[in-house]
Ligand binder design. Structure first.
Ligand SMILES: *[C@@H]1O[C@H](CO)[C@@H](O)[C@H](O)[C@H]1NC(C)=O
Ligand SMILES: *[C@@H]1O[C@H](CO)[C@@H](O)[C@H](O)[C@H]1NC(C)=O
Length: 922
């Protein structure tokens, strides 16, 4: 497995180098001609630049928005190759291909840094930050690695390969919404004192929003993210202004109406039909951030800003292409370029369960608003697939493994079938071709790697993969050659001639018409299935929001689709049975819960291993148990929700920074009701080798004593010889006198031959002799030196534990803190907010305030807030990233925790996994 992965990276790396070389040659070939393109504004589609000249574009301003686009200041600038200036701020940069600056081009880098200095960026901006090869994030500091063409390509609506007949489209459930128990606590009237305190806190949260928003608008307007230390920007999400779209509803909720309307002007400029930074749309992230952001902004602002709905539909229409697969499971990394988008493909054979299951709310709400069932149909089919799978059964019955085969093809059955066919002597022409030659783009393959890596963007552990890439490559998995992230520039295009080789019937056809049978490899159909032989089950990254959406979809559909209730109930039952644990803490009264990760090869009763993890991403689950328990009237689940939420609060309180780490491990208690701190056991968990250390130390001492004994003998022998020599020269007296004198305590004799002993080749013993003092012969009486300074001495269990805690700064209770970052995530405060709204208990508000104060004090920069490197120290290094969920989610939840509880009441709204409120049916 490990070996395979390494090999894969090696191949990826090789491919990356090849691509770079290719790009470079291509870039330099095409650069000169492109100069003429520059003069044509039609080719200059960069947002925030020369205005909207896009195909769909009108220059009409959004309703009720004052037009202050400031187009005048946005003159097209022709980039100077030697002095790239892009990324400096919200001024123009031209979205045409730039030849990559090679890593050795330090001049170029210095120049860039210099440029930023001019823009007021901090002097200490490290030049090496500039380079993140292979990471498909345009940080605004490098020529854009994702831009493959000089002329901007645009998505065009492809002909459907697998259309669903109108009468088979699953409609939104009809009927009067069912009565669902109130989720919110019946808040009474608050005292004046309480109100003032609350409003003061709320105002402080808003100030942070105003700061971060202003920083974004000044330095990163129109781009995905502000880099809050260097005052630059990044474009990891296609460059469609992720932070801007993601924060629209926050602006509205916080009553920042001027900023809201200013943002709408930018929204209109977004062109979802093209991306300068990515060849593949990350469907999950795009759906939860952009689509969810647009829909919620439309909902919370009272459905009056048509531009928001218009943009949501525009984006949704593009995304609908991902469902055009034989089983209608989505492609999760959508190559939007027309020559790819138009081709038949299957869903991935290894996709993350979170990405597959977390499109439901956004498409459902859009269907409700537009009254277009097709949007609902798209996600209802995924729900049906999960429902069917849950009924069919998984290894941990009720929940799903992290990696899912969504391709709809049973490879085992297919190869059995192929083998049978071969035995029958059937000449099957397709067997001649390797997978890489198959005309259909195997997005399945691309997601084997890509899905895994991209999953980290929001849902995974921060900072894990650096290999993220759309660079095309091949790798071998399970003996098959597989394409990764196909790119039009390098992967041979599908041509009819490929098809000809597959099927003689097609040989005359030059092009494939929409009526042709799509050319996909044969397939024995199956439902969703685990991908790979080892299945991981948890509530954490890559899994989380699929479960989060079950109860929320129930709310959004007014309780009219009972499948979501079943899915939720079975999920929580599985969590309670398999994953829930209580950690062993020094504070034995702190009755908290976390959920673990289980890994099984299919028989959990026998082969399961459990990781007692604590991850920030999983902190959403308190809220999930809370609202699920309320709406389905399961008081036990509300109680569990409280303990899960309190677990994350504990994790915040456990570190010197006051912020929870991204990922860590704890020690579970066997008995949730009787959980005593056991120092012996804790120390043993910190030291996986505890049981062997004592033995090893004992062996060391034995060997050492033996060595000493031998050395001593040798020294004695030598000394005796020397003495004998000396005495033979001087006075050859009787031997036995000499022996006696040695045995006695005679300092003078001892000193007599020091130079000889000292010069003898023997080391440790001899050189130590002088330290032992005159008259002492180092024999048994050397216990004062236990070898502590000997680097070869194995350390004891106690020493190991003390050293580990000291070196790694492990807070008491943790076994390790494997991811020390905090990247401004919302999940903990999200659950705290749910708990407050559900219980009305001010405990949650007060705990939330401590979290807020800690986060602000540790992450604040001059212009915003930054992810930090290490929560185990105070004033950690800042990593210069401000993800869009900081303003979309984290600050929103803090604000709502101190708002009047009727603002975004849980009984009127339901929030998607990016904290975007959708209106519940009444
Ligand atoms: C795939 O096919 C094999 C062999 O025919 C069968 O045992 C297995 O259950 C199938 N898997 C699914 C998920 O249908
Ligand atoms: C504490 O843990 C150790 C090691 O697991 C065990 O031997 C011991 O019995 C435990 N003590 C108590 C009081 O449970």
């Amino acid at each position: 497995m490990l070996h395979m992965r390494r090999y894969r990276y090696y191949v990826l790396f090789t491919a990356a180098v090849v691509l770079l070389l290719y790009q470079f040659s291509k870039g330099s070939e095409q650069w000169h001609p492109s100069a003429s393109i520059l003069s044509n504004p039609e080719h200059d589609r960069d947002r925030g630049s020369s205005g909207i000249t896009s195909s769909h574009g009108t220059n009409e301003l959004p309703q009720q928005v004052n037009g202050k686009t400031g187009n005048d200041q946005n003159k097209v600038s022709i980039p100077d190759l030697k002095n790239p200036t892009y990324g400096s701020d919200n001024t123009d940069h031209v979205n045409v291909n730039r030849p990559p600056v090679s890593n050795s081009d330090t001049q170029g880098k210095e120049k860039q840094v210099f440029e930023y200095d001019k823009d007021g960026a901090k002097k200490e901006t490290p030049a090496q930050l500039v380079d993140k090869p292979g990471k498909n994030v345009w940080d605004g500091k490098q020529p854009n690695p994702g831009a493959h063409t000089t002329t901007t390509a645009h998505w065009t609506r492809p002909t459907q390969n697998f259309p669903i007949p109108d009468d088979e489209i699953i409609p939104l459930p009809a009927g009067k919404p069912k009565k669902i128990p109130a989720l919110q606590y019946p808040f009474g009237k608050e005292t004046k004192e309480a109100r003032l305190k609350r409003e003061d806190r709320q105002e402080k949260v808003k100030l942070e929003m105003e700061r971060s928003w202003a920083g974004y608008m000044k330095y990163a307007k129109g781009h995905d993210e502000l880099s809050p230390v260097s005052k630059r920007f990044r474009d990891p999400f296609c460059g469609w202004a992720a932070t801007l779209v993601d924060s629209l509803d926050t602006l509205w909720i916080m009553d920042m109406r001027d900023e809201f309307e200013e943002a709408l002007v930018e929204v209109e400029k977004i062109d979802f039909t093209t991306s300068a930074t990515r060849t593949e749309i990350p469907v999950f992230e795009t759906t939860i951030r952009y689509l969810g952001g647009l829909i919620a902004a439309y909902d919370v602002s009272g459905a009056i800003y048509d531009i928001l709905l218009q943009k949501a539909v525009e984006l949704a229409e593009i995304l609908m292409g991902v469902f055009d697969t034989p089983n209608h499971m989505p492609i999760l990394y959508y190559n939007w370029k027309p020559q790819f988008a138009s081709q038949p493909k299957r869903a991935g054979a290894s996709v993350s369960v979170a990405e597959l299951g977390s499109l439901a709310m956004e498409f459902t709400r859009l269907a409700q608003i537009t009254k277009q069932n097709k949007y609902y149909d798209a996600v209802a089919r995924i729900t049906d697939a999960f429902y069917e799978w849950q009924e069919r059964g998984t290894s941990l019955s009720g929940i799903f493994p992290e990696h899912v085969d969504a391709s709809g093809c049973n490879r085992t059955a297919q190869s059995e079938l192929d083998a049978q066919m071969n035995e029958l002597g059937t000449k099957d022409s397709k067997n001649i071709y390797t997978r890489s030659e198959e005309p259909a783009l195997e997005s399945a393959a691309s997601e084997t790697t890509e899905g895994e890596l991209h999953a980290f963007e929001k849902r995974g552990i921060a900072g894990t993969p650096d290999e993220d890439t759309t660079i095309p490559a091949k790798f071998i998995e399970n003996g098959e050659e597989i394409h990764v992230g196909p790119d039009p520039a390098v992967v041979p295009k599908w041509t009819p001639s490929h098809a000809d080789r597959r099927s003689s019937e097609n040989s005359e056809k030059e092009t494939r018409s929409a009526l042709d049978k799509p050319l996909l490899p044969d397939c024995v159909p199956q439902g969703l299935a685990p991908s790979g032989w080892s299945e991981q089950y948890s509530m954490g990254g890559s899994q989380d929001s699929t479960y989060e959406y079950f109860p929320k979809q129930f709310l959004l559909l007014g309780g009219l689709e009972p499948k979501y209730k079943t899915l939720h109930i079975k999920t929580t039952e599985a969590v309670k049975k398999w994953l829930l644990y209580r950690p062993m803490l020094p504070d034995e009264d702190r009755d908290i819960r976390f959920t673990s990760k289980m890994i099984t090869k299919g028989e959990p009763e026998i082969d399961a291993t459990t990781e007692y993890e604590v991850t920030h991403l999983t902190c959403f689950i308190g809220g999930m148990f809370g609202i699920g328990g309320k709406m389905f009237d399961i008081p036990e689940d509300v109680e569990i929700g409280k303990k899960l939420t309190d677990g994350c609060i504990w994790a915040y309180e456990s570190t010197p920074s006051g912020i929870m780490p991204e990922g860590a491990h704890l020690v579970p208690c066997d008995d949730m009701d009787d959980c005593r701190w056991n120092q012996t056991m804790y120390d043993q968990r910190l030291d996986p080798l505890w049981s062997t250390r004592a033995t090893r130390l004992e062996e060391y001492y034995k060997a050492r004593a033996e060595k000493k004994r031998k050395a001593k003998e040798e020294a004695e022998r030598k000394a005796a010889e020397a003495k004998a020599e000396a005495e033979a020269e001087a006075d050859p007296g009787p031997q036995d006198n000499i022996e006696k004198s040695f045995a006695g305590n005679n300092g003078i004799r001892r000193r007599a031959p020091p130079s000889k002993i000292g010069s003898s080749k023997n080391s440790a013993e001899d050189s130590r002799s002088p330290r032992l003092g005159a008259g002492q012969i180092p024999l048994q009486e050397d216990e004062d030196d236990d070898g502590f300074n000997d680097p070869a001495r194995p350390i004891s269990h106690e020493e190991y534990v003390a050293k580990k805690i000291e070196n790694e700064k492990i807070p008491t209770g943790y076994v390790d803190v494997n991811f020390k970052r905090y990247i401004l995530r919302p999940e903990a405060i999200e659950s705290v907010w749910y708990m407050y709204r559900i219980t009305g208990d001010k405990y949650w508000q007060d705990k939330g305030w401590k979290m807020f104060s800690a986060i602000i004090s540790q992450t604040r920069t001059e212009i915003g807030n930054s992810a930090i490197d290490n929560v185990l120290i105070r004033d950690s290094r800042k990593v210069d990233e401000m993800e869009s969920f900081w303003t979309a989610e984290t600050l929103k939840y803090f604000y709502l925790l101190y708002s009047d509880p009727t603002l975004i009441s849980l009984d009127e709204w339901v929030l998607n996994t990016e904290a975007h409120p959708f209106k519940r049916p009444t």
